[in-house]
Design a binder for this molecule. Structure first.
Ligand code: NIG
Ligand code: FE
Length: 412
């Protein structure tokens, strides 16, 4: 039995087994001189150090002068892919748009070509490299999508790579897998979107069942429009997948409304969401996963975080790490952009990256807050004040990272 004791910390955590919505996102439990005791990765005590039932453990950390937070949850990434696309970044800086590059066969299709050529081993190795960077920034749960295969064989290869990361015996964090076969219409189906959706419904969804928790789609003008999206997501839901959508990223299309209608767990991006879409998502309890690094990288307006919060919706923040629209997995920069440009409070960003991120992954009952019965997924900061998170702009404040009771990173 492995035990862990952290004592004398400044505890900062949201509370609950579900997302926090609207202004509730500001409600953090803050306690000085706090301790946390965990056995076999599960929290058994959180509270005053002076009342902790034991002062012994296999691992004892004196966290005097340090903030203790739940581990961060990055609930939207594309961390498995072949190749890189630095040339597209340059084209965009010179004025090309993301969609025009995609329409002339670059963009997602270019990564699809490289991913189809890559071996499983190569994909896993590269994914592990990204995971090691993430853990250093305090991430203890990551969601990862397929979507650069776009054929049954290559989508299965991507999901196998994601599941290899999840099942690695030296695993440093939790990995949640998402099937994104509808990320783009592959070149062999150009002009035949409906037939590709048929292929996904008839062949891919049954084959990936059990290998992915979520089914996601890029609902966008000239990619998968509303009717194709509704058809695919309805079929996925009937087969038992939980739903996610890339919605209203480039234009206002009604993806948020569809997410609410279908009871999706989250709708993501939402840079161009309509007021009606915000309302529908708030009513349905669909988490709004906002990705400020993508807006920043694409030089697009940031998603209207305040409108979501004022409407009583739950907001999560994630990185969207991918080789195209957003080649960054920076949690520190995500926090800074959310506070500086989206006018979120520091408290809201903490909830968005912990409990609400966990809700967007469907595991808020297991992680996302520091409470008895949840996994001991913990971050200690170098500082005693959590308000340093956006203030130390773009810099990593994380000192120690603990995943399921085990120390997985130490940044001295
Ligand atoms: O979340 N917009 C669609 N999908 C990704 C980008 C994928 C890519 O460009 O490779 C996103 O931004
Ligand atoms: Fe994405």
């Amino acid at each position: 039995m492995a035990t862990l004791l952290i004592k004398n910390a400044t505890l900062v955590t949201p509370k609950g087994k579900n997302s926090l919505k609207g202004y509730e996102m500001n409600k953090l439990h803050i306690e000085n001189n706090a301790a946390l005791f965990a056995r076999d990765g599960i929290i058994e005590y959180v509270g005053p150090t002076s009342s902790c039932p034991t002062s012994n453990a296999d691992e004892i950390i004196d966290a005097q002068g340090k903030v203790m937070l739940p581990g961060f949850v990055d609930s939207h990434t594309h961390l498995i892919f072949g190749g890189f696309r630095p040339d597209e970044f340059e084209w965009r800086m010179k004025g090309d748009s993301y969609m025009s590059i995609m329409e002339r066969g670059g963009g997602i299709q270019s990564t699809v070509n490289a991913t189809r050529e890559a071996s499983l081993k190569e994909l896993v190795k590269k994914g592990e490299w990204f995971i090691n960077r993430m853990v250093d920034m305090g991430i203890t749960t990551v969601e990862a999508k397929s979507g650069y295969g776009l054929s049954l064989e290559s989508e299965l290869k991507m999901l196998e790579a994601i599941n290899c990361l999840a099942e690695n015996p030296e695993r440093k964090l939790k990995v949640i897998s998402t099937f994104l076969g509808a990320h783009a219409v592959p070149k062999e189906y150009k002009g035949r979107t409906g037939e590709y959706v048929d292929l996904i419904i008839k062949e891919m969804l049954p084959a990936v069942k059990g290998k992915a928790k979520f089914c996601d789609i890029f609902t966008e003008k000239n990619v998968f429009e509303i009717e194709d999206s509704r058809r695919l997501l309805t079929a996925a839901k009937e087969m038992g997948f939980d739903l996610k959508l890339h919605a209203d990223e480039i234009v206002t299309l009604g993806g948020a409304e569809l997410a609410g209608e279908l009871g999706a767990v989250s709708a993501d991006h939402l840079l161009h969401v309509s007021d009606e879409g915000i309302k529908k998502m708030a009513e349905a309890g669909t988490v709004a996963t906002l990705l400020p690094l993508t807006a920043f990288s694409l030089k697009e307006p940031f998603a209207p975080a305040r409108k979501f919060i004022e409407a009583g919706a739950a907001v999560a923040l994630a990185t969207d790490l991918n080789p195209g629209s957003c080649f960054s997995g920076s949690i520190p920069l995500t926090i800074a952009l959310a506070c500086i440009y989206m006018n979120m409070s520091v408290e809201e960003t903490i909830t968005a990256l912990t409990l609400n991120g966990a809700a967007a992954c469907g595991i808020a009952d297991k992680t996302g807050s520091l409470e008895v019965g949840k996994d001991a997924d913990v971050v200690l900061l170098h500082f005693d004040n959590y308000k340093v998170l956006p203030y130390y702009v773009g810099m990593n404040c994380v000192e120690t990272v603990i995943s399921e009771g085990k120390i997985v990173a130490r940044n001295h």
